[in-house]
Design a protein around this ligand. Structure first.
Ligand code: AMP
Ligand code: GLY
Length: 420
């Protein structure tokens, strides 16, 4: 098969690495890709958020199978347009992708599905939002409705922060995404995510993970896209996982089917767990980044068989081969990230990093420039390792990270501390 992956981050490098190992993959393409992906796939510049551009590319290159990595093309209807044109594609339709694109949509679906989540109210004007906050008190959570690249959520521990957040959001900081605001009950507990493949009605769990969203050690500093992750998440034990599937995931899929917008693809289920009871924090309509890196490390080549079963509607008969192992990934980011950072500096020592089926340096924001690999993104490299214990995986990941010489970068030295 000729397979195309859309995206160019660490998530897509991990997907490419796993898929490339599957004998069904004859040729692998990626758009736009990065310097790491370019070693195993043919990379192309392409506007991946434009459905007709992507369809043209797929037809010209006679691609058999498309896997959409990030949320933006899904929300723009790329998977849907490809499917409508007869192209085999992994990823939800535009309507189902609203699970990530609109917090209010998700809340409505949860209410219909009777799925446990934070209570909430939805606002389109500042003064009623403020009155609501004053009545509810703090802590409280303020969310811009819509995609805000992870920046549209404020967990306010005091009134000043809460009121300031709605003022900023209605003030237009997030553009159209802030003209609608969801205000939520603050949920206590420990966060973990669950990854589920869905082919409409059937849902198959493919792994659990926990990530570290804050930039610095000890979970301090600003929120980022994720500075590291590990799998499995110990807090998601068999009982809690079963509850999450039974009370949250399956009822959600049923509601989407009843609305005539069945979900096909991977569902990222963000959970808050307290005393064994999971509640939904958010859905994402794609693999997490960097959670995908640890999931792919553990699944290997079978990831593509499972993705194929999803697309063909054959998940009912699918089987996941679980290894009793652990994976951990450490993100090397550019100094300044998640704020502004320099681009174009050279990363040295990459050739010293030994890579095999248990140790991989996945690339995120990298570009090849002659013989050099340069940093061109906020999150740049993901040192990912698999071991019999989480401690072993962690040691291996940091051993890799320590080989690389790059003044312009930083990483957290405590990934996995919760679980260790
Ligand atoms: P979201 O974009 O909805 O995932 O929110 C980003 C982060 O904010 C989550 O990963 C949580 O850490 C936190 N968060 C969101 N909603 C809540 C909530 N209702 N209670 C507590 N923390 C929350
Ligand atoms: N690591 C969080 C996310 O992918 O949304």
């Amino acid at each position: 098969m000729k397979i195309l992956i859309l995206g160019g981050g660490g998530r897509e490098h991990a997907l490419a690495w796993a898929i490339k190992q599957n004998p069904k993959c004859d040729e692998l393409l990626c758009a736009p890709g990065n310097a790491g992906i370019a070693k195993i796939a043919e990379c192309h510049e392409l506007d991946i958020e434009n459905p007709s551009t992507v369809l043209d590319f797929v037809q010209t290159h006679k691609v058999d199978f498309v896997i959409v990595g990030p949320e933006a093309p899904l929300v723009a209807g790329v998977a849907q347009s490809l499917r409508e044109a007869g192209v085999t594609t992994f990823g939800p339709d535009k309507a189902a992708a609203q699970l990530e694109a609109s917090k209010n949509f998700t809340k409505e679906v949860c209410a219909q599905a009777n799925a446990p989540t934070a209570s909430y109210a939805y606002f389109t004007d500042l003064s009623s939002a403020k009155t609501y906050i004053l009545n509810q008190g703090v802590p409280i959570v303020i969310k811009a409705d819509g995609l805000a690249a992870g920046k549209g959520v404020v967990v306010a521990m005091d009134l000043e922060t809460a009121l300031g957040a709605v003022e900023t959001m209605f003030g237009g900081e997030f553009g159209a995404a802030g003209a609608e605001v969801v205000i939520e009950e603050f949920m206590e507990g420990e966060e973990a995510s669950l990854f589920v493949l869905c082919d409409g009605m059937t849902a198959v769990t493919i792994g659990t993970a926990q990530d570290h969203k804050r930039a610095f050690n000890g979970d301090a500093g600003p929120n980022t896209g994720g500075m590291g992750a590990y799998s499995p998440a110990p807090i998601l034990d068999a009982n809690t996982l079963e509850k999450a599937m039974h009370e949250i995931v399956k009822p959600t899929l049923k509601v989407l089917v009843s609305r005539g917008t069945p979900y096909q693809g991977v569902l990222y289920v963000g959970l808050m767990i307290k005393e064994g009871q999971p509640r939904l924090v958010e859905y994402n309509v794609r693999f997490g980044d960097p959670e995908c890196q640890v999931l792919m490390m553990r699944l290997g080549a079978q990831a593509f068989d499972l993705i194929e079963a999803t697309v063909k509607g054959e998940l009912e008969a699918a089987h996941v081969n679980w290894a009793d192992d652990h994976a951990l990934t450490v993100v090397l980011a550019a100094q300044g990230y998640p704020g502004s950072y320099e681009k174009g500096s050279i990363i040295k020592g990459l050739e010293k990093v030994a890579q095999d089926s248990k140790n991989m340096c996945f690339h995120a924001g990298t570009t090849r420039n002659g013989d050099d690999i340069t940093a061109t993104g906020g999150r740049v490299l993901n040192f990912t390792a698999r071991g019999e214990s989480l401690g072993e995986a962690r040691q291996q990941a940091y051993d890799m990270a320590n080989q690389v010489e790059w003044q312009g970068g930083f990483y957290r030295t405590d990934i996995g501390w919760h679980a260790l």
